[in-house]
Design a protein around this ligand. Structure first.
Ligand SMILES: [Zn+2]
Length: 427
């Protein structure tokens, strides 16, 4: 099977800038780049990408797909459907399923379910400790052999520095990055939003920025000492970004991601007590948002990841204090990045592709992905940077609707996703 994506604007670190290139796909891989005036290859199906951006398939480093165990919120199939509609060719589910993904059998099960759905690629993240309870290390080697690309205890970060040190040594020996949800729960426990002026006014218990910053600094020091690779998840505070910037200058192996809600919303959004503004880390104040934009601009931030966290409407319908943390994000992330970052001149399209594809592929060492160089796997995200659209949560492919972006208008949309050479989503 041959597919020619014709007349698009190819954005790839290996592609010559401002030169039109058509991408030829054969047997699931990119076989050649052709100039727009080259003759069409025999028998190729043509996908006309005039006026569109053609990029290596986006990779979401941080999602929660809820299967096994909480299929009423999301399944691997429904999560993958939402992923490709949002432009993500690959997603990396966190291990906080039920049971926890702390062994090869569950890792394998997730990959099999994804293959069965035949939409996005799924690269699971295994647990750091058994049941993510922070005590005994999980079998990282076996999970890696089964297909896990990293380890994390995400929302239940390892509180004990001695265990985290051993985890980093162990992960380093298996060449697995440790994904770090930085939150010292002795500081944040009981909190439901960012601690500051707004939490005081609303009478809600706050989670101080310090809770993230202390843990980030601790784990950067551990990474320096152990030589492990760490990746700080959903960085949300000025202090953590500054610590990461310093660590990078010292050549410590640290990378980080930001979630779209943290570069678009502040704690002022909590004022209506909408539980779809409740997540961990919480929406921060303006100075933190400014620090995130600077980190996106200057390269300190390596990736954009959704932290897609579906919850059933009944659970989110509780009062603010009692509702679970987390929002969906797979279908709005790219629209938000195009509208709020590219559209406002904070980053350009090449940097967007770096944040959503090139860097995630490097951090997780996903061979032949994050690029469309001839020979690479034909995972492709096609964007229309000018298309105006409105997101209606009711139309979401996710099983859940817990988003603060229902009804939001965007400039810039995903128009197609190709995974392994197959068009799995067309707008
Ligand atoms: Zn997290």
């Amino acid at each position: 099977m041959r597919l020619l994506i014709k007349n698009g604007h190819l954005v790839d670190p290996a592609a010559p800038e401002n030169t039109g290139m058509s991408v030829l796909i054969e047997d699931g891989r990119v076989s050649a780049w052709l100039r727009h005036d080259d003759p069409d290859p025999d028998g190729a199906e043509i996908l006309d990408a005039s006026g569109l951006v053609v990029a290596p398939g986006f990779i979401d480093m941080h999602v929660h797909l809820r299967e096994p165990g909480q299929e009423h919120k999301e399944t691997i199939a429904s999560g993958c459907a939402a992923a490709v509609a949002g432009g993500w060719a690959s997603v990396c589910p966190m291990p906080n399923t039920s049971p926890v993904n702390d062994n090869a059998a569950i890792t394998r099960y997730m990959i099999e379910q994804a293959e069965h759905a035949g939409l996005a690629n799924v690269f699971p993240i295994g647990a750091i400790t058994k049941s993510s309870d922070g005590s005994e290390l999980a079998e990282m080697g076996e999970m890696k052999a089964a297909g896990a690309v990293a380890v994390s205890d995400d929302g239940r970060p390892v509180p004990n520095a001695g265990i985290m040190r051993r985890a980093m040594q162990y992960a380093r020996d298996f060449d697995l990055p440790v994904i770090d949800h930085c939150e010292d729960k002795s500081l944040s426990s009981g909190g439901v939003m960012h601690e500051g002026r707004v939490s005081l006014l609303l009478g809600l218990k706050g989670m101080p920025a310090l809770a993230e910053e202390i843990d980030a600094v601790r784990d950067i020091l551990l990474a320096k000492e152990t030589g492990a690779r760490i990746h700080i998840a959903h960085v949300s505070t000025k202090g953590a970004i500054e610590a990461i910037r310093r660590a990078k200058n010292e050549s410590i192996n640290v990378t980080c991601e930001v979630a779209p809600h943290h570069f678009t919303l502040t704690d002022r959004s909590v004022e209506g007590y909408d539980t779809n503004t409740k997540m961990a880390p919480p929406l921060r104040s303006e100075e933190h948002l400014e620090a995130i934009l600077e980190g996106l601009r200057d390269g300190t931030i390596d990736a954009i990841a959704t932290d897609h966290a579906p919850h059933h409407a009944d659970e989110k319908a509780l009062e603010y204090d009692r509702a679970p943390f987390g929002i969906t994000g797979l279908e709005t992330a790219v629209g938000l990045a195009l509208t709020e970052l590219v559209g406002k001149g904070i980053i350009d399209l090449a940097r967007l592709v770096e944040l959503c594809s090139v860097n995630p592929a490097k951090i997780f060492k996903l061979k032949d992905r994050g690029t469309l160089k001839p020979g690479s796997i034909a995972d492709i995200t096609i964007l229309d940077p000018d298309l105006e659209w409105t997101f209606n949560a009711a139309d979401s492919r996710s099983k859940s609707r817990n988003t603060p972006f229902d009804g939001r208008q965007f400039t810039g949309a995903v128009v197609a996703a190709i995974v392994g050479g197959r068009a799995v989503y067309r707008r």
